[in-house]
Design a protein around this ligand. Structure first.
Ligand code: ATP
Ligand code: MG
Length: 653
């Protein structure tokens, strides 16, 4: 192992964007000393943030670390809904808007903090009425509507553990997650809206529950959203509105241990079978709150919009818990970015005067592909901060975001984190850190991150390696649900007894110590003795004016070990022919050096992605190497891979 070559860096970037003086002056934090202070005493740093929350009982000790198991704010008691709702209402902020909702058909709803509290108290009563108690699991399978947040918070109010399953997942994936979490109740709706059609959520629940693996489900609560026809099973299924009528509201939130389980969330499955990540209460809320205030600079008067679905961790930490803990106004949108037209997001920003906008590189690349005319019709001047999450953002996409969405005057926070980390881990603080397009910059204060070699030794600036977390952090996962051995193996075994958390991602530190994410370690290519990052070759391809998006993989090669194969989707109106393929190979070779020049280029209209929008390179490797496809259950669109497989085989043949 130790003699395998280091991950190389070929991309160079010299553009630097310091925060404007005006932004820095008004920012929640503009004191660069925060980094050194947090580093000198992370325990003090995190306990200061925990102290901004409302505790029913103070903690006895901040951290108990028995590697690889951590407990934070041990002995303390709190309830997350008291923090997200009751305390704001008690402080006279009951009339502040908590959620501003826009449904895909155009229906809108404004919910104040006082109203949200009432709804959560009521739905907590509904759950209790069905026998749900502290520690019981509840699966939530809903569209992106306010009731999803209500259901999550209602669980938290009584100490039940929620497991949200993205509404786009199939009956099979739902079944697997209900079974693994051993849930007692499912909360769903008749359906939801997606590109003008009704998604059949209740029917998927019915199909999942036919399986004996889901025999533990005692009740299904159904919200009426679309009004479509569904079957209600006597004794098992109940309408949300019927139960709500007779529910006894839970006015007093249950005091919970700081380490009480809050939720299980299955990862998006880019690399294989989803893992049931377990998060607990006090530490999770502490870091969600701190990052919300410092990374997003959120404050009163902001209209904050995170486009992630509540089915992903981003929707947990940065649509529900983080923003509500800070008393912010959150915008929620149910539908697709291109419905009824490709300007939907920009129209929403203009209509609601959104000030902070947080989205994913996959969306940004789609906007680039569609062209700037869709933005130009709308006034985006309310925006003051932009964020990115989910994949490395290619420098070209970063610049486009900066120029066309931010009009050159919004800092961009590129936030690296995972379902496992619960909250931001690497991100610029927008009032302090000068950003570079494509770099997530530096660890959040109080977070101990490094890039190391095969032996777990820190690499010098200018080199690449494995991204690791060296000390426990408050919002870290506590284990994998029901599988602590897998928890130890997946995250803590790679560097032996060094107790380093292995994130699974490759990264490099540049000359200034900035961190650049290079993609998943499993995806890194070994070409003629050189470890080459997929992200760098993809970023070079995207820099070519004809290219909208690309996915790059290493494919077995007799001589070189691996050859680089690139799947490329071009911008609208571009003709994808052999001449362009040749030009692209030369373009990458000139940009990154001949070793990075792709051997094969295959044009495709779409790339296979997970339902959260991430490129699934392992399936492209299966295609390129002529293998049967691995687990495809988390794919957004199965037809994309099958189409690509036939096309690839025809090309080879
Ligand atoms: P699975 O672990 O099941 O394969 P997943 O890793 O896609 O799924 P998530 O927890 O949603 O599930 O995603 C975290 C991963 O997303 C990170 O490990 C990293 O690879 C990628 N990622 C997230 N944000 C960024 C970012 N800002 N820059 C680079 N990569 C990012
Ligand atoms: Mg992962």
């Amino acid at each position: 192992m130790s003699d395998s070559p280091a991950i190389e860096a070929h991309l160079s970037e010299s553009r630097l964007f310091p925060p404007s003086a005006a932004f820095a002056a008004a920012a929640n934090c503009n004191d660069a000393g925060i980094y050194d202070r947090a580093k000198a005493d992370p325990i003090a740093f995190w306990s200061e943030w925990a102290s901004t929350l409302q505790w029913d009982k103070p903690w006895d000790s901040v951290l108990e670390w028995n590697p690889p198991h951590a407990k934070w704010f041990v002995g303390g008691q709190l309830n997350l809904t008291t923090n997200c709702l009751d305390r704001h209402v008690a402080a006279g902020k009951g009339d502040v808007e908590a959620i501003r909702f826009e449904g895909e058909p155009g229906d809108t709803e404004v919910i104040t903090y006082a109203q949200l509290l009432t709804r959560v108290q009521e739905f907590a009563g509904v759950l209790r009425g069905l026998g749900v108690d502290k520690g019981d699991r509840v699966t939530i399978y809903l569209p992106m509507i306010p009731e999803a947040a209500v259901a999550m918070l209602a669980c938290a109010r009584i100490g039940a553990v929620h497991s949200v399953v993205f509404g786009g997942f199939s009956a099979d994936s739902l079944k697997e997650r209900i079974h693994d979490s051993q849930s007692k109740v499912v909360v769903t709706s008749d359906g939801g809206w997606r590109r003008g059609s009704q998604v059949a959520l209740k029917a998927a629940v019915d199909a999942a529950l036919e399986d004996s693996a889901c025999a533990g489900i005692e009740a299904v609560i159904v919200l009426r959203r679309t009004g479509q026809d569904i079957t209600m099973f006597d004794g098992r299924d109940h309408w949300w509105h019927d139960l709500a009528e007779s529910a006894e509201p839970v006015t007093e939130a249950v005091s919970l241990d700081s380490e009480a389980p809050l939720f299980i969330l299955y990862t998006s499955g880019s690399t294989g079978k989803p893992k049931g990540i377990l998060h607990t209460s006090g530490g999770y809320l502490t870091q969600a709150t701190a990052t919300m205030k410092l990374t997003f600079d959120v404050r009163e008067g902001d209209v904050y919009w995170c486009t992630a679905d509540v089915g992903w961790v981003t929707g947990h930490s940065y649509v529900v818990y983080g923003p509500l803990s800070c008393g912010a106004t959150v915008l929620m949108y149910e539908g697709a970015p291109d419905f009824p037209a490709r300007d939907r997001f920009w129209k929403i920003i203009a209509d609601h005067k959104v000030t902070i906008f947080y989205t994913a590189p996959t969306a940004i690349r789609a906007f680039m592909k569609w062209g700037t005319e869709h933005l130009e019709q709308h006034d985006l001047s309310s925006l003051r901060l932009l964020g990115s999450v989910g994949e490395p953002i290619n420098p070209e996409a970063w610049m486009w975001y900066h120029e066309h969405v931010g009009h050159g005057n919004c800092p961009i926070v590129d936030t690296w984190w995972q379902t496992e980390t619960g909250a931001h881990m690497i991100t610029p603080l927008p009032g302090i850190v000068a950003t570079k397009p494509g770099s997530a910059t530096r660890p959040f204060p109080g977070i101990d991150i490094d890039v190391v070699d095969e032996n777990g030794e820190s690499v010098p600036n200018g080199s690449g390696g494995f991204l690791v977390i060296k000390s426990p952090w408050p919002s870290m996962l506590r284990t994998l649900w029901g599988d602590d051995d897998r928890y130890k193996n997946v995250y803590w075994s790679k560097f032996g007894d060094k107790n380093l958390y292995f994130a699974g991602d490759g990264a490099r530190k540049d000359e200034d110590g900035y961190i650049w994410l290079l993609g998943r370690v499993d995806d890194i290519m070994l070409v003629a003795g050189h470890n080459i990052s997929t992200m760098e070759v993809e970023s070079a391809l995207v820099e070519h004016p004809a290219v909208a998006e690309s996915a790059v993989i290493g494919k077995t090669h007799d001589v070189k070990g691996q050859a680089i194969a690139a799947f490329v989707s071009v911008k609208e109106g571009v003709i994808a022919d052999d001449a362009l393929a040749k030009e692209l190979k030369a373009f990458v070779g000139a940009k990154l050096g001949p070793i990075c020049r792709p051997d094969d280029i295959l044009f495709t209209a779409e790339l296979p992605k997970t339902r959260s929008g991430k490129i699934m390179r392992r399936l492209l490797r299966d295609i390129a190497e002529g293998r049967a496809l691995g687990d495809t259950s988390t794919l957004a669109d199965q037809s994309v891979v099958s189409g690509l497989k036939s096309k690839y085989e025809a090309n080879e043949g």
